[in-house]
Design a protein around this ligand. Structure first.
Ligand SMILES: Cc1cc2nc3c(=O)[nH]c(=O)nc-3n(C[C@H](O)[C@H](O)[C@H](O)COP(=O)(O)OP(=O)(O)OC[C@H]3O[C@@H](n4cnc5c(N)ncnc54)[C@H](O)[C@@H]3O)c2cc1C
Length: 477
């Protein structure tokens, strides 16, 4: 995938996209497809943002956020990308839950959840149907103040085990809590419930390479290792962006700028506040960024293997469920994503490659102020906890592995530059600011994880298409 050098640029662009997360990539592709001159600038040496991977010695490759997404990705990849990308989306076979309240396996569909709620949890059918009717009919445009905790209490009063069963996987998927709006939970959960959980055959590296090819085929230009320092604005209208390249400040003129750089960074770091109405910027200061993550990666030695034990295992030692426990520095809850050789079956480089990734919710504040020594100890503890929990599912996992390492909220911050190393953009209130940014500064748009609803692989990608329509309308005006 030849990436352009900043020196080979056109004199001006219709749209500069800052950042190559799934929102930025999708928006860039759709704009390029519509004939606009598009330049995509990414600060990292690799495209994909949080949809990323990394390689390690002894032939290891690790996917960071390829754990599972809803069936809707098939339609979105067909519409916004191409058939080759769409055809690689396959269903996960086994999703397990192991905690002191229950041990279950599920296809993660409405039918199977209904069966488990009725037969295992002994919930009356009318409550189950009422719950599903409510979440499937949730509408973003309705004025809804009910929280997820209140929604659960309505249909499953005093059933902490059921609340855990319904929310825990979604907290890993988008950081939502019992206190967040039920709407944000309902929209994401019902997306998953429609047909189960899916993954990308070939790994994140393959998907991002295919996406980059598609953008270039549509005439878009991509530059990596290029950090945008500032969005240039005059008379409340976008003029272009400034980047530092080889110690030189370069101005790139553009009619519009779509920032995938995180909403809070876009408003407060990349633009001068004087361009926004004062009351708008005061309110924008209240936007809360979402939580971050920690991970532990296990690379299995060549020649070693283990039998199929599921694709996703949600585990916890907590006797009862609270969302606070899920985010706690010493949480006993984590999700294991297990990667079998089939994941990269058509890539001979990773023949018979097994890997396991443990993901935990985390708070940036808990990690950022640790001393160097305490940080190293905390990372070691993460590894120890993940190893001992994984041992129950894969005996001898540590001996079978020849690469184990951990990532923390600081790691996510370093690679994406997001405030607080946010894994899932902002809380709900951010959505309104993202949608209305162009009303403050003509030609300036935000794309990417925001408002919980527009996050995750599917949410970010779909939002990319929505923002493309806004930018396209502006450019044609
Ligand atoms: C550990 C983890 C597990 C996850 N698991 C799942 C999952 O299983 N399923 C799922 O659907 N979602 C999952 N997600 C969430 C999902 O990965 C994200 O919601 C989605 O990929 C975010 O896309 P985005 O468009 O918001 O951009 P991001 O991925 O946030 O990318 C933003 C990009 O902008 C770039 N950038 C920032 N500032 C600048 C600048 N000034 N100049 C140039 N470039 C800049 C960054 O380098 C980055 O590449 C997970 C996330 C994490 C962290």
């Amino acid at each position: 995938m030849p990436i352009s050098k900043l020196t080979n640029l056109k004199s001006t662009y219709d749209s500069v996209i800052i950042g190559s997360g799934l929102g930025g990539l999708t928006c860039a592709n759709m704009l390029a497809r519509q004939g606009h001159k598009v330049l995509l600038l990414e600060h990292h040496f690799q495209l994909g943002g949080l949809a990323t991977w990394f390689t390690r010695p002894n032939g290891h490759i690790f996917d960071v956020s390829l754990h599972g997404f809803p069936y809707g990705m098939i339609k979105s990849c067909r519409r916004y990308w191409n058939k080759e990308i769409k055809n690689r989306i396959v269903q996960l076979k086994g999703i397990r839950f192991v905690n002191p309240q229950y041990q279950l396996e599920s296809t993660f569909t409405r039918e199977h959840f209904t069966e488990l709620l009725e037969n295992h949890f002994k919930i009356p059918r009318k409550n189950i149907d009422g719950f599903f009717e409510t979440i499937f009919n949730m509408n973003y445009y309705e004025d809804n103040t009910q929280t997820t905790g209140e929604l659960f209490e309505k249909y499953f009063p005093n059933r902490n085990d059921v609340h855990r069963f319904l929310l825990e996987p979604i907290t890993y998927a988008n950081g939502s809590t019992l206190e967040d709006l039920a709407l944000t939970y309902g929209i994401v959960f019902s997306n998953f419930m429609s047909k189960g959980v899916y993954t990308f055959q070939g790994g994140t590296d393959k998907m991002i390479a295919l996406m980059a090819e598609e953008i270039q085929r549509n005439g878009g230009t991509i530059c990596t290792n290029t950090k945008v320092d500032k969005i240039e604005i005059e008379n409340k209208k976008v003029q272009g962006v400034s980047v530092t390249y080889k110690n030189q400040q370069i101005f790139i003129p553009a009619k519009s700028v779509v920032s995938n750089a995180g909403l809070v960074n876009t408003i407060f770091d990349l633009t001068d506040k004087e361009h926004f109405k004062q009351d708008w910027i005061c309110q924008a200061k209240k936007i809360r960024v979402n939580s971050s993550s920690s991970q532990v990666y296990f690379g299995i030695k060549k020649g070693e293997s283990f039998p199929f034990l599921g694709d996703l295992v949600f585990t916890s030692k907590a006797e009862t469920f609270t969302t606070d426990e899920l985010f706690d520095f010493n949480t006993t809850s984590q999700t294991f994503s297990i990667y079998y050789p089939e994941c990269r079956a058509d890539n001979s480089k990773y023949e018979n490659h097994y890997a396991v990734v443990s993901s935990l919710n985390a708070r940036y504040e808990d990690w950022v102020n640790l001393s160097k020594d305490d940080y190293a100890i905390a990372k070691e503890n993460l590894i120890k906890r993940a190893s001992s929990d994984l041992e129950k599912f894969i005996p001898g996992i540590v001996e079978k592995s020849d690469w184990i390492e951990a990532a923390t909220p600081k790691t996510f911050k370093r690679y994406t530059l997001h405030r607080g190393g946010s894994s899932f953009g902002t809380k709900f209130e951010g959505l309104e600011y993202s949608r209305n940014l162009h009303k403050q500064v003509a030609g300036l748009f935000h794309v990417g994880s925001v408002g919980i609803i527009m996050s995750g692989w599917l949410g970010a990608m779909n939002y990319g298409a929505i923002v493309c329509n806004d930018a396209d309308a502006y450019l044609r005006k």
